[in-house]
Design a protein around this ligand. Structure first.
Ligand code: DGL
Length: 270
């Protein structure tokens, strides 16, 4: 069987939270990643624009003959509708895999959800959580400053700007007594340490990127699409703006040097 990669896309760095987990659970797989750094953030744009961007991002990945597309983006997963029928390869967003884990995790049935304004406005996580268990109380909060913080490399919990921003958004959720917090935007696990510090160690954080990577493994297995080769997979990264900042933050987050594997492309052509 021809060796094909898994395609992963996001508006920027956030989808790396899925890639990091894919590297652990499927180390033999090749990955093609697209981060739309020229058009980030998606989360404060209209649904039509987000959908148009998502279709272009997926088309770019399909040009690389990928065997599966992962929208590692809470915003796309919440408002762009189901891309499955248009792609011709297995597809997943992040909402469903994340919700399944949150429902199994909460003990007091009080779940917090944080995400971009588009995601929270869509109530995608809330709706799916309550479809799974109608007794769950859901507390939602959008955190529009988190994506720009991450994209600009402000990720340390010891940075006062990070701490103050996280505290400002999350204090109300903490006061609502949630025992589980869905990081419903894939950028947010990059701020995990700061978020955990503010929420306290008793609150379980659910990483939407990580849950989606586990789910993708199940889908590939079910479809008989896992690679048979045993050698380590190869990752290629593409961005729609200059690679410099992406490389810097990606290296810190992934813990590996990706200096020569990031290429800039013109996404408007797709
Ligand atoms: N990582 C994207 C998400 O999961 C960020 C969206 C944005 O660019 O605002 O929602």
């Amino acid at each position: 069987m021809e060796r094909k990669a898994i395609g992963v896309f996001d508006s920027g760095l956030g989808g790396l939270t899925a890639v990091k987990q894919l590297l652990t659970v499927l180390p033999q797989e090749d990955i093609v990643y697209f981060g739309d750094t020229g058009r980030v953030p998606y989360g404060n744009r209209s649904n039509d624009t987000i959908k148009k961007y998502a279709v272009q991002d997926a088309r770019f990945l399909l040009k690389h003959n990928v065997k599966m597309v992962i929208a590692a983006c809470g915003t796309v997963s919440s408002v762009a509708g189901d891309l499955k029928d248009t792609l011709g390869v297995p597809y997943t967003g992040v909402v469903n895999p994340t919700v399944y884990t949150a429902v199994r995790t909460t003990k007091n049935k009080r779940v917090g959800v944080i995400g971009t304004s588009a995601t929270i406005g869509s109530h995608s996580y809330k709706t799916r959580l309550q479809e799974e268990d109608s007794e769950i109380k859901v507390y939602e909060q959008d955190c529009p400053l988190f994506v720009p913080l991450v994209e600009n490399g402000f990720i340390s919990k010891d940075d006062p700007i990070v701490h103050l921003t996280v505290e400002r958004y999350l204090a109300p959720l903490r006061e609502n007594g949630v025992d589980t917090l869905i990081l419903g935007c894939t950028h947010y696990p990059i701020l995990r340490d700061a978020i955990q510090e503010v929420m306290g160690s008793d609150v379980t954080l659910i990483d939407s990127g990580m849950e989606t990577a586990y789910y993708a493994k199940k889908v590939l297995k079910r479809e008989g699409l896992l690679t048979k080769e045993n050698d380590e997979g190869n990752c290629q990264f593409y961005v729609s703006d200059t690679p410099d900042n992406f490389e810097k933050v990606a290296e810190i987050f992934l813990g590996q040097n990706i200096e020569h594997s990031v290429t800039q492309i013109d996404i408007e052509r797709y």
